[in-house]
Design a protein around this ligand. Sequence first.
Ligand code: ADP
Ligand code: MG
Length: 261
Amino acid sequence: MVNAEIEHMERMLSRLKLTAIRDQLDNLLEEAGRKELNLREALAFLCEAEIARKDQRRITMGLSIAKFPHVRTLEAFDFDAQPSVDARQVRELATCRWVANGDTLLLLGPPGVGKTHLAVALGREAITQGYSVLFCSAGPLVASLAKAATEGRLEERLLHYTKPKLLIVDELGYLPFEPNAAHLFFQLVSRRYERGSVLLTSNRSVGEWGEVFGDPVVATAILDRLLHHSHVITIRGESYRLREKKRSGLLRPDAMTSKRE
Ligand code: ADP
Ligand code: MG
């Protein structure tokens, strides 16, 4: 192609926002030629390259919007080390059917057993599959709702937490002593009810939530909605990190405690 033709081609691809094809056109055409693709196959090959780039962009953007505290993946989760977690159930959850249905997922268990790890990993899967996700810790979440309420911006704040298809609320069980915490959380759960999914992690059993919320009546109303369409994974056992340390001989077995790492 002469220069003018190349420029014309690039302008058309830019206008169509086919930037992956535009940026790699020579390489892609060369490869299509090498593979002796016919026109139809070559067109499919170019579309695949464009889609791959767009998917990658969407995932990168989704991950930055989700505000995960760190990178944790299902591949990095050691199922052998955690026999109380059913790998098959987690793989089924990784299909994100529960997110499509707007179900709730509860991950319960003592500190250090991998609740946040699984929450982040499943959140990443949801993003990969095109769902919007927001990760937050229960304490700051309730504190931000309480602050918004005093400033007359509660509606706006509730909307912020209602929009994502999946809201991950980590560490329920260490709520701040906001007098209004239970009511604020109830409002959020009601808004999301049957609209979007909630993934909650907690070191407290569901039976203790009355105490967590400081109000058994509101806690029952919250649970009523959350448990309506829900999946529960209860993780037992000892903290993963302490276990690893014990295994490597850094800790004596009798030094094991259940305190937070
Ligand atoms: P929790 O949220 O239950 O307190 P975390 O998910 O924060 O526990 O786990 C503590 C640390 O141990 C994290 O760095 C996490 O990645 C790691 N971890 C926990 N369980 C596993 C596991 N089964 N396989 C790999 N890493 C794990
Ligand atoms: Mg955690």
